[in-house]
Design a protein around this ligand. Structure first.
Ligand code: 7TS
Length: 412
């Protein structure tokens, strides 16, 4: 599905005007927001959609006959249809709204995998996973006696595909892999990995949190079994995201939380379950969040992900060149295929000090382990500073970052 307006060239000044927060200053300097991988800023379209929802349509969804409740339901379900279309799902029944990627992964762990695991069965993940694609499987390991295996990475921060394939034994019940690493920027060859896993009959969960804002995701073309995403990484609200899985897979899974909306009929003796996707959405959902997610999808579609990706590649190229010129700067994560994320250390300066200093120049960097402690251990660093770019960043902002880093270096 391509959007006819997407063929327009990328007008960065116009795009920046869509993001009101970019007008503000920090310590008297223009904000240079380089923390999009943690959470993206929101365009007016998203802010206004949630604002309009609360001003004009706010009511609980699904159970009402009154007009507002029906309007709220239409908006919320419209967002689900929009997301289904955006990622090329077969139908909106394949979209389960969650709080985000983390909750989507936990849902798969508890509802899909837990009933299928025997002691000694294996769950395979990779060395570059975010904690949210590690810890739910560790918890499952404690609950079931399963074994957690880890596919290795190399010094550039790329997956070792041969080693990964060698780990695809007949004991593996699920492979969990990150599409784009938040700490390294590595774009994994997920379609190839899914084909590999399919040859061994192993289902694949893709952590797509970082992929959604940077590349067009087509869940059918990827060939995965589960795809997890967060709206706030893709210019939408926090507290909402989704799990995609095929209808047949979701039908085979028991509900994981009980409550209102997920039932068909309740007596004290027994309850029966609602149809998809309601079966997995107990309780009142994040309705305004869903509406905002729908607006974010429309916004990204309007710009065109191919256009965004091309622009972001130019940002990454320039940032990599500029940062490499800085004495003592070490880039962590130098994969051949990267998203616009640059993790680095600078001499012996602690990343937190670096982050604090550049903040005084208006530059928002994330510093720490980025919820990927095993990646930090692999590269032998306690933490990195990370510049992560979004569709609103400019080459001039890369210069501001580089100058601020030079000033920080001079202070030590
Ligand atoms: N997976 C990846 C690859 C992520 O980058 C993140 C969040 C998550 C999962 C969890 O998403 P959530 O929306 O459920 O929290 N990453 C980051 C980050 O890089 N800095 O802060 C959060």
């Amino acid at each position: 599905m391509t959007n006819p307006t997407a063929a327009q060239p990328f007008d960065i000044e116009r795009v920046r005007r869509d993001f009101p927060i970019l007008q503000r200053t920090v310590h008297g300097k223009p904000l240079v927001y380089l923390d999009t991988a943690a959470s993206a800023q929101r365009p007016l379209a998203v802010i206004e959609a949630t604002d309009r929802f609360y001003r004009e349509h706010n009511a609980n969804v699904h159970r009402g006959v009154h007009t507002l409740s029906q309007e709220a339901t239409d908006l919320y379900e419209g967002a689900r249809r929009g997301l289904a279309r955006f990622i090329n799902a077969d139908s909106e029944r394949e979209i389960i709204f969650t709080r985000g990627t983390t909750e989507a992964i936990n849902l798969v762990a508890q509802s899909y995998l837990r009933p299928r695991l025997e002691p000694g069965d294996e769950i395979l993940i990779t060395h570059m996973e975010h904690h949210s694609n590690i810890v739910p499987w560790q918890m499952l390991r404690e609950q079931t006696g399963a074994v957690l295996k880890v596919a290795p990475i190399n010094d550039r921060g790329e997956l070792e595909l041969d080693a990964l394939e060698a780990l695809l034994s007949d004991r593996v019940r699920l492979l969990g892999v990150v599409h784009i690493s938040n700490a390294l920027g590595t774009i994994n060859p997920v379609a190839e990995i899914c084909r590999m896993a399919k040859r061994h009959g192993i289902p694949v969960l893709v952590d797509g949190a970082q992929a959604m804002p940077h590349s067009r995701v087509d869940v059918q073309a990827l060939g995965c079994d589960f795809f997890c995403l967060s709206a706030h990484k893709m210019y939408g609200p926090t507290g909402i995201g989704a799990l995609w899985a095929r209808e047949s897979t979701l039908e085979s899974m028991p509900p994981w939380q009980g409550g209102g909306e997920m039932i068909s009929r309740v007596t004290f003796e027994q309850s029966t379950w609602n149809e998809l996707p309601a079966k997995f959405e107990a309780g009142t959902p994040n309705i305004a969040g869903g509406v905002g997610l729908g607006a974010a999808v429309d916004y990204l579609d309007g710009l065109g992900l191919e256009v965004i990706a091309a622009y972001e590649r130019s940002l990454l190229k320039y940032a990599t060149e500029r940062l490499r010129e800085i004495d003592g700067l070490r880039i962590i994560g130098t994969a051949g295929n990267k998203a616009p994320v640059v993790s680095f250390t600078l001499g012996d300066i602690h990343p937190h000090d670096l982050g604090t200093i550049v903040d005084h120049y208006g530059v928002a960097l994330r510093t720490g382990h980025h919820c990927t402690m095993p990646v930090m251990q692999f590269f032998g660093v306690p933490a990195t500073a990370r510049a992560s770019f979004g569709l609103y960043n400019t080459l001039e902002e890369v210069d501001v970052l580089a100058d601020a880093l030079e000033k920080a270096r001079a202070m030590f």
